[in-house]
Design a protein around this ligand. Structure first.
Ligand SMILES: Cc1cc2nc3c(=O)[nH]c(=O)nc-3n(C[C@H](O)[C@H](O)[C@H](O)COP(=O)(O)OP(=O)(O)OC[C@H]3O[C@@H](n4cnc5c(N)ncnc54)[C@H](O)[C@@H]3O)c2cc1C
Length: 484
């Protein structure tokens, strides 16, 4: 396949973008093609000089237009005239907002027009635009990679984006928790529960962090946000190992290339499974944390003067873009778990065994180790049962896909908490640990115990529930959805 996106052009664009001089976007979505990217209508017509004329409208494009950078590079998904329908016929083009010469000097505008800016619930710092390409038939694009390779090329970028979106979900959760913690230490309201029970007269009002319900919210926020961070880091750890195997193969002349290929494949497989979980679980649970943060502030949390209101609005986008969380769940159950006859998923489950064995040897963590082990085993069993059900009662796994992904997240994050608690227990009982550090490790242990007992502990009953042959969501006739 000929690559019309010549190297000199690529070098100019990459240098300008890596230096931060020019900005970039990702142009997939169209008014009629959201989750169903294959339905796109943007076309690419061959020109005699090897370039393409691009015509179409892309919607919801982050950073689609702005005056912060002198140029914007749009990677645009489009179908070359005559190519097949669906995702198989999609190619990807480098489309600059302003054309440029071989020296990277800017020339004429490239017939790209921002026809609208979305008025959004959150992330107001990012302009989300509708962009018209080629209204006047003069929008030039350059093919990236081969023809009809648009999806694999875009997905290379999307997978990293999905991990990054998960990390944003975890980060917003962490920030919302810390704001809530600060507020709950300062806000004075109500009396201590023991003083109330004992009917102590004139008992002083206390900071709300004294109340058990506020404690519940805070430890839930702490344990979820710290667990989500660990989940994201696990995925990055797998990426580091994958790249390490790739680079060692290229750079070390004495390397065992066969062994390094196997290692690369192993870590790549772990990333395949973890990516939809990181993206969807970290953003769904990140939203739970932001919601709890608002709740712990009471009415003030609902007001713009306090930061958690913005965090909750900003968090919501993370479950929507880069493939909605519903699409991530279908990707996990329909594609990723079954990849290589389930080998990647089996590798992930096997990978958890050493840390569980270690925790089982610590008396104070034995019950938690058992909960995590059983939850992970149940996720493996349910995945097999779901794959059999697809042929018989497909709606059961399809209705359950999102909840299954979240159960797997609850089990994996429980396992990560077990690892954290194992290390924290060692440090806590180490005589050389300072009192201040002991408080830190105690926090890790209590957070882990809360998460594993209260959240991972619910995985098995939730999975049993998901497997029930209960299909009211599909049985209900459309007209019966109407209200009272
Ligand atoms: C602020 C913001 C920034 C964005 N930035 C970009 C960007 O930079 N570049 C870009 O290309 N796009 C961008 N998007 C678009 C975003 O990726 C899409 O909104 C998203 O992919 C969903 O598409 P849709 O909105 O058309 O929803 P739809 O595809 O219409 O989905 C609606 C609902 O139906 C569900 N659904 C759809 N199909 C299925 C199915 N087969 N099975 C089960 N459920 C299904 C979805 O999960 C969702 O709940 C952005 C969106 C927003 C809001």
């Amino acid at each position: 396949m000929e690559d019309h996106f010549q190297n000199p052009l690529r070098d100019i664009v990459l240098q300008k973008m890596y230096s931060g001089e020019w900005a970039g976007t990702m142009c997939l979505t169209e008014p009629g093609a959201g989750s169903d990217v294959g339905a796109l209508k943007t076309t690419a017509k061959r020109n005699a000089d090897g370039t393409f004329s691009i015509v179409g409208t892309k919607s919801f494009i982050s950073g689609g237009d702005q005056d912060l950078s002198p140029n914007i590079i749009h990677p645009v998904l489009a179908r070359i005239e005559g190519d097949p329908k669906g995702t198989k016929g999609i190619s990807i083009f480098m489309v600059p907002k302003i054309r440029f010469n071989e020296k990277g000097e800017l020339g004429e505008p490239n017939d790209i027009f921002c026809s609208g800016i979305e008025s959004k619930m959150g992330i107001h710092g990012s302009a989300t635009c509708t962009i018209n390409f080629g209204d006047n038939g003069k929008c030039i694009g350059y093919l990236m990679g081969g023809e009809r390779q648009g999806m694999p090329i875009m997905f290379h970028m999307m997978n990293e984006e999905r991990q990054a979106v998960g990390m944003i979900g975890a980060s917003l959760a962490g920030a919302a928790y810390l704001h809530a913690l600060d507020y709950c230490k300062q806000r004075i309201q109500g009396q201590n529960v023991i003083a109330m029970a004992l009917k102590v007269e004139n008992a002083p009002a206390v900071p709300i962090i004294d109340h058990p319900d506020i404690r519940r919210m805070l430890i839930k926020m702490k344990s979820i946000s710290e667990g989500l961070r660990a989940l994201c880091l696990l995925c990055y750890f797998c990426m580091d190992n994958m790249f390490s195997a790739m680079f060692s193969k290229q750079l070390d002349p004495n390397a065992n290339k066969e062994e390094l290929d196997k290692q690369k494949e192993y870590w790549e497989g772990m990333i395949e499974i973890l990516t939809p979980v990181v993206k969807a679980y970290a953003t769904d649970m990140g939203m739970v944390v932001c919601d709890l943060a608002v709740q712990s502030y009471g009415g003030y949390g609902y007001c713009r003067e306090y930061p958690v209101e913005q965090m909750m609005r900003d968090q919501k986008i993370n479950s929507l873009y880069e493939g909605t969380n519903g699409i991530q769940a279908l990707d996990l159950l329909g594609r990723k778990i079954g990849m290589k006859k389930g080998a990647n998923f089996t590798n992930l489950l096997n990978y958890t065994k050493d840390a569980i064995d270690e925790a089982e040897k610590i008396d104070t963590l034995k019950p938690e180790a058992a909960i995590v082990k059983d939850a992970l085993t149940a996720c493996g069993i349910t995945a097999k049962e779901f794959s059999k059900m697809i042929a018989v009662t497909p709606f059961v796994p399809l209705i359950g896909a999102c909840d299954y992904l979240n159960c797997l997240g609850d089990a994996l994050v429980g396992w990560l908490h077990l690892r954290i608690a194992t290390e924290a227990t060692k440090k806590f009982f180490d005589p050389s640990t300072s009192e201040q550090d002991k408080s830190f490790y105690r926090g890790k242990i209590e957070g882990a115990k809360f998460f594993i007992n209260r959240i991972t502990g619910l995985v098995i009953p939730k999975l049993e529930n998901l497997k029930k042959d209960e299909q009211s969501a599909m049985n209900i006739p459309l007209e019966s959805f109407a209200g009272a």
